[in-house]
Structures are given as C-alpha cells and as structure tokens.
Design a protein around this ligand. Structure first.
Ligand code: GNR
Ligand code: NI
Length: 167
C-alpha cells in the first residue's frame, strides 16, 4: 500500500475525463488499496482516482468516523435521481474551502465491486452527496464549478497563494 499525491485545483489534470475500467484485476485492487489509504490519511470521506492522477473510473468512500465501512465503486453510474438538497461541501483537491452545493437528495447508483461483480445501491444524505461529488471528479468536474465566477476567482487566487507559500 502507498499514499499517493493528491492534485490541487486549479490543476488542469483534474479536468481529465476518466476511462471505464476494462477488467477488475489485481492491479486495480492494488490501486483501490492505495486510494483507501490515501483517503484515510488525508483524511477525507471520499476519493476519486482522478485526484491521484489516475484517469480510470474508480471511487472509494467511507463516511464513518471509525473508518470501517469502505465503499468501492468501479465504473459507477447514477441510474435514478430524486429530490434536491443543499449541503456544504469540501474537497481534498480544494483544501480549506467549504461552500454549499445543490444536488439530488436520493440516488440509485449502479457499479462494479472490487471483485468485478455488479451491484445497485439506493442512498441518500451524505453518502449520496459524496457519490455525486466523486462521479463529478471522474468527469473532470470539481465542486467549485457550481459556484459563482466571483467565488471561483477568489478560491483560485487563495489556492495559488497557498501553493506559492508551500514551495
Ligand atoms: O472529504 C470530503 N468531504 C466532503 C464533504 C462534503 C461533501 C463532499 C465531500 S468529498 C471530500 C473528499 C473529496 O474531495 N472527494 O473527492
Ligand atoms: Ni473532491
């Protein structure tokens, strides 16, 4: 297992469209282990492969405080959406920024598990928000894209400044 480096907004690599995983093999399971370790270390409640510069459709999520309920979604697709909900979101690729985003309240997601078996899950609340946030990453989207141009400019300036200080 290894902790991977997380890309930070406005890195253009976060704009990459991830490709479907053709086959769930040991190399993919190794990558999933690294993603989980990177997410827990950060710490965050979710991570998309895009954020570690791997452009494959893989998401890991664990919203528990105890870090004992890892969800793995390979080639995830939202097949049903219901209602609307606004929640304050953060992102490991946009450190220190928290802003409200409106998304579907309840979703049904279809994906493959780490053995390559298909499953469907109906979820709401934080898990539903997180799945939508992570699938956006796989499509090259970041939550700040939903904010006003003015907010996006302020966030970009703040992060560029943080990155200069960190160098
Ligand atoms: O750790 C995270 N917290 C979070 C809080 C509210 C809505 C979404 C998230 S996901 C985020 C981790 C991350 O950046 N995943 O891409
Ligand atoms: Ni994120």
């Amino acid at each position: 297992m290894a902790i991977r480096n997380i890309l930070h907004y406005p890195d253009s690599r976060l704009r990459t469209q991830a490709k479907p995983v053709p086959e769930v093999d040991d190399a993919i399971r190794q990558l999933i282990d690294d993603m989980a370790e990177t997410m827990y270390d950060a710490p965050g409640i979710g991570l998309a492969a895009t954020q570690i510069n791997v452009h494959l459709r893989i998401v890991v999520i664990d919203i528990t405080r105890e870090h004992n309920q890892l969800h793995v979604f390979i080639n995830p697709e939202i097949i049903d959406r219901q209602g609307e909900e606004t929640m304050e979101e953060g992102c490991l690729s946009v450190p220190g920024i928290y802003e409200p985003v409106t998304r579907a309240e309840k979703i049904t997601v279809k994906a493959l598990d780490k053995n390559g078996a298909p499953f469907e899950l109906e979820v709401e609340g934080l898990l539903a928000v997180c799945i939508q946030h992570e699938i956006d990453h796989l499509d090259g989207k970041v939550f700040v894209d939903y904010l006003s141009r003015l907010k996006q400019q302020r966030i970009q300036k703040k992060l560029e400044k943080q990155q200069r200080v960190a160098m």
